[in-house]
Design a protein around this ligand. Structure first.
Ligand code: FAD
Length: 436
C-alpha cells in the first residue's frame, strides 16, 4: 500500500460488537473436535453476503455501502489506528486531494457531515508549470463548480469511517488478517489469522497494492516501478495560498504544493515531490529546515519561505495493472485493483469510484442473483475497465513524458501545456474528467 498503515496484520481478535450467534459459534470452535464424531462443519460457518478484506478508506467505504444496502457484511482487517486529535494537532502527512465524486460517496454513506470541516481545505484554483516556464491554469469559477477538489487527511477519513462502521446495522468488524480463501460448494470460505473461517457469497479485495486476496484468487498483477519516490511533508508558508494547488514539472521530478487549512493561524501546505529515487534519498536525509529551504527554492518561493511542520516521508512509486478485476466470488477495489502514479492525485478517487460502482451493481441485482453471481461481477468489471484504463494511461503518459530529458520532448510537453491553456473547451473537458 502506498500510504502504509500503522497497524499490524498478525493480530487476531474482534471489536466487542458481537452477535450472540457468533459468540456461540466461537465457543464451539475453541472446543476440541473428536475425529470419530461426524460433524457438519459447514453448519458452524456463518455465510455473509459480502466479506470485505482491508479496512483502509476504500474497504471501510465498501463495507458501509453494502451494509446500507441491507446486506450482511463482515469487514476484515487489523485493528484501526487510534485517532486522538485536537484542533491544534499537526496535519497528517498522508493527504488526499478528494474529487467531488468521492465526497458525494462519503455523503451517501452519511459520513461526510461528521468530518471536521476545519481540517479540510477547498481547492479553488490549480496552477501547473512546465519546465520551460509555460503554465496551465484551472479555476473552479471557469469550470462552473464550487471547488476543484477538497484536500483532506487520511486519518480524518479513517476516523469517521471507523465510527460509522462500528454503528452500522448488519456490519461485523473482524479484527484479524486475511490468510487464505477458496471457493467451495458455490460460496467462498475465507480463513482469518487466529483460525476463524467465514463464508461469503462475495469477497471484496480492498487490501491494497500487495493484495493477498488477489493472489489467493489467482489474479496476476503486472508492476512497473517508476524509479521515483514521492517525498511527502507539510510546511508552514509565508504567503496565503488562497486555495491554490501548485504543481511544477521539472527535471528533478514533479513537485506539488497542496493547500492545507491554516495551522495556528498561519498558511500551510503539503508537499508531494515525485523525485528520481537517488534525489529522493538525498532529500529525505536533509534536516527539516534544509529540506524546507530546498523546497522553497524549487518552487521559486511562490509562497515565500517555507518552514517545516513535522517530518518528511518517502513512498516509492509504481504502477500496478491487474489481469482481471473479478474472479469466482471475488471483486477487486482500490489499490488491490490498480495503482497509478500520484501526479494527478487520483488513486483513492479511482478506488472510491470502484466502490460506488460495485455497491450499485450489487444492490441493483435481480432478485434471483446473489451478491457474487458471475453476471453481477462481469457488470462491475465492464463498467470499471474504461475509467481505470484511461486514468492509468493518462498518469503513466504524463509521468513518462516529463521523465525524458531531451529538447524535443521538452518542446512537445510545454507546447501542449500552452495549447491546452488557450483552448477553453479542451481545458473544461480536462477539468470535468479530473472532477470524476
Ligand atoms: C505520495 C502519494 C500521494 C497520493 N495522493 C493521492 C491523492 O491526492 N488523491 C488520491 O485519490 N489518491 C492519492 N494517492 C493514492 C492513495 O494513497 C491510494 O490509492 C489509497 O491509499 C488506496 O487506498 P486503499 O484503501 O485501496 O488501500 P490501502 O490504503 O493500501 O488499504 C489497504 C488496507 O488493507 C489492509 N490489509 C492489507 N493486507 C491485509 C490482510 N492480509 N488482511 C486484512 N487486511 C489487510 C491494510 O492494513 C489497509 O488497512 C496517493 C498515493 C501516494 C503514494
Amino acid at each position: 500500500m502506498p500510504w502504509e498503515s500503522g497497524s499490524d496484520h498478525t493480530s487476531g481478535g474482534r471489536l466487542p460488537i458481537m452477535s450472540t450467534r457468533r459468540a456461540a459459534r466461537d465457543h464451539s470452535q475453541s472446543a476440541p473436535i473428536d475425529p470419530c464424531v461426524k460433524t457438519d462443519m459447514s453448519a458452524a460457518i456463518e455465510t455473509k453476503d459480502v466479506v470485505v478484506v482491508g479496512a483502509g478508506v476504500a474497504g471501510m467505504a465498501a463495507a458501509l455501502g453494502f451494509a446500507h444496502a441491507g446486506l450482511q457484511v463482515a469487514l476484515v482487517g487489523p485493528a484501526p489506528r487510534v485517532f486522538a486529535r485536537s484542533a491544534a494537532a499537526p496535519f497528517d502527512e498522508r493527504i488526499y486531494a478528494l474529487a467531488p465524486s468521492s465526497i458525494a460517496l462519503f455523503g451517501r454513506l452519511r459520513v461526510w457531515p461528521h468530518v471536521d470541516a476545519a481540517r479540510m481545505q477547498a481547492v479553488a484554483r490549480m496552477r501547473v508549470f512546465g519546465d520551460a516556464g509555460d503554465e496551465l491554469d484551472f479555476d473552479a469559477y471557469g469550470a462552473a463548480v464550487e471547488r476543484l477538489a477538497t484536500i483532506g487527511e487520511e486519518a480524518e477519513l479513517l476516523r469517521v469511517l471507523t465510527a460509522a462502521c462500528a454503528f452500522a446495522a448488519g456490519l461485523d468488524r473482524e479484527i484479524a488478517s486475511f490468510v487464505s480463501m477458496r471457493v467451495e460448494g458455490g460460496d467462498a470460505r475465507v480463513d482469518l489469522a487466529g483460525g476463524r473461517t467465514i463464508g461469503a457469497r462475495l469477497v471484496v479485495a480492498a487490501d491494497g497494492a500487495g493484495s493477498a486476496v488477489r493472489a489467493a484468487a489467482g489474479i496476476s498483477a503486472e508492476e512497473h516501478v517508476y524509479g521515483q519516490t514521492a517525498v511527502v511533508a507539510n510546511f508552514r508558508a509565508q504567503r496565503a495560498h488562497d486555495g491554490t494547488a501548485f504543481q511544477w514539472f521539472t527535471a528533478e521530478g514533479v513537485v506539488a504544493l497542496l493547500p492545507l487549512p491554516d495551522h495556528a493561524g498561519e498558511p500551510a501546505v503539503s508537499l508531494v515531490w515525485s523525485a528520481p529515487a537517488e534525489l529522493a534519498t538525498k532529500l529525505l536525509e536533509l534536516e527539516s529546515d534544509d529540506l524546507a529551504r530546498r523546497v522553497t527554492a524549487r518552487t521559486a518561493a511562490m509562497l515565500g519561505d517555507l518552514s517545516p511542520l513535522g517530518r518528511a516521508r518517502g513512498f516509492p512509486l509504481r504502477q500496478l495493472k491487474v489481469a482481471r478485476l473479478v474472479g469466482p466470488r471475488v471483486a477487486l477495489v482500490g489499490d488491490a485493483a490498480h495503482v497509478v502514479h500520484p501526479l494527478a492525485g487520483q488513486g483513492l478517487n479511482l478506488g472510491l469510484a470502484d466502490v460506488s460502482e460495485l455497491v450499485a451493481v450489487t444492490a441493483g441485482r435481480e432478485v434471483f442473483r446473489d451478491t457474487g453471481d458471475p453476471v453481477i461481477l462481469r457488470r462491475y468489471a465492464r463498467r470499471r475497465a474504461e475509467p481505470i484504463g484511461l486514468m492509468r494511461m493518462t498518469t503513466d503518459g504524463l509521468a513518462r513524458l516529463f521523465e525524458v530529458d531531451d529538447p524535443i520532448a521538452r518542446r512537445l510537453r510545454n507546447g501542449g501545456m500552452a495549447l491546452v491553456n488557450q483552448i477553453g473547451p479542451l481545458k473544461r473537458a480536462l477539468i470535468r474528467h479530473a472532477l470524476g
